[in-house]
Design a protein around this ligand. Structure first.
Ligand code: SAH
Ligand code: SF4
Length: 375
């Protein structure tokens, strides 16, 4: 891609029209191009047959359609797919597709790594490298849709839902994530309904308020603890945005549409946040706050330091919430045999400045040092 060439995956429909104007072309052609890119999954401008040859030549000079490269595609025995994608700078991210009877959910990443360092999350453990571009975010949907439509190979499944629950904190990459979600909702692109696109956040309050103004998508809040002391430990951003403030924002997040309610995610960690007292505190915390609760059995990863709650503890926890009238489900673990479950996504971060690479380096140095000592 030469310096001046624009990646069409970076543009929402407005951006596409503006780009065409810059190219001295009719802006309305943007809608056609948008459809070719997102609905037909075309990466070759020459295939856009309803555009004049002259327009195609102009575009070929000034634009490309470039998504991340697929490094690998793994399928779990439960049908879940995981793609490892390589970005231009060598960093890798992961995208997961979860087929169910009546829908297919794509779990999309928003950052390389994450700065928030939640204690039970492997993405958090690798530190933060950088924000993804719009092309890298929507590119995950573009790739999955293309791969899934290849009949015979992936059973012709569809992406009907998107959850921004892959790697990273989406609200800390606000503008790009919002633009990418706009493209997901756009009828000239993926045409997903606002209820079928969900952004999950650890609770970045100012950006939650901004999101409410600019985007109609569904919201999931990563709660994980019913009191500040425990949440400070599990989700350190709680020290900045404590529970009282967070719950106040959640309470009337969808005030103009009371039937829509945020989802609250609660990872079940053995002996840490899964006791009867925690369930009772959670009932209190949720008083007057509309929403449904998803209990997520912890997905282990190397050196996590936590264990998944026992099934009896999860059932007991769920029962207490349900008895108090809280709509509570236990999320089924999917794709864990290919490390595609929540919190297991790590990619292979190659940026040498990031924490995990530094840690690896440190381990190698320690090993070398001990070998020297032994020698
Ligand atoms: N950063 C955002 C979105 C990505 S994480 C957030 O925190 O909400 C998506 C979900 O996976 C969050 O609810 C997160 O807490 C959960 N998660 C992270 N690590 C997990 C693990 N090891 N087991 C189960 N769920 C985990
Ligand atoms: Fe970041 Fe979400 Fe993982 Fe916390 S749970 S470290 S916010 S990706």
């Amino acid at each position: 891609m030469s310096v001046e060439q624009v990646n069409l995956l970076e543009l929402d429909r407005e951006g596409m029209a503006a780009f065409l104007e810059e190219c001295d072309e009719a802006p309305y052609r943007g809608d056609q191009i948008f459809k070719w890119v997102h609905q037909q999954g075309v990466s070759d401008i020459n295939l856009m047959t309803n555009l004049s040859k002259k327009l195609r030549e102009n575009l070929l000079e000034k634009a490309v359609i470039k998504a991340p490269a697929i490094v690998s595609e793994k399928q779990s025995k439960d049908g879940t797919f995981k793609w490892l994608l390589k970005l231009d700078d060598g960093n890798c991210i992961e995208t997961v597709y979860i087929p169910e009877d009546n829908r297919g959910t794509l779990c999309v990443s928003s950052q390389v790594g994450c700065a928030l360092n939640c204690s039970f999350c492997s993405t958090g453990k690798q530190g933060f490298s950088r924000n993804l571009t719009v092309a890298e975010i929507i590119g995950q949907v573009w790739i999955a849709t293309r791969q899934l439509s290849q009949e015979g190979t992936l059973h012709d499944r569809q992406v009907t839902n998107v959850v921004m629950m892959g790697m990273g904190e989406p609200l800390l990459n606000f503008d790009r994530v919002v633009t990418a979600m706009e493209i997901m909702l756009d009828d000239f692109a993926y045409g997903l309904s606002k209820r079928r696109v969900t952004l999950s956040t650890s609770g970045i309050i100012p950006e939650m308020l901004r999101l409410k103004e600019v985007s109609p998508v569904a919201l999931a809040i990563s709660l994980h603890a019913p009191n500040d002391e425990l949440r400070n430990e599990l989700v350190p951003i709680n020290k900045k945005y404590p529970l009282k403030q967070l719950m106040a924002v959640c309470k009337d997040y969808f005030e103009d549409d009371p039937r829509r309610m945020p989802t609250y995610e609660y990872v079940m960690l053995d002996g840490v946040n899964d006791q009867v007292e925690h369930a009772r505190q959670l009932v209190k915390l949720m008083r007057g706050v509309p929403g449904k609760i998803n209990l997520i059995p912890f997905n282990p990863f190397p050196f996590a330091g936590y264990k998944r709650s026992k099934p009896e503890a999860i059932a007991r926890f769920q029962q207490i919430l349900q008895d108090a009238g809280l709509n509570t489900i236990v999320r089924k673990t999917r794709g864990d045999d290919i490390d595609a479950a929540c919190g297991q996504l790590v990619g292979q971060v190659q940026d040498r400045t990031n924490r995990s690479a530094q840690n690896q380096l440190r381990v190698i140095k320690i090993q070398q040092a001990s070998q020297v000592a032994e020698g």
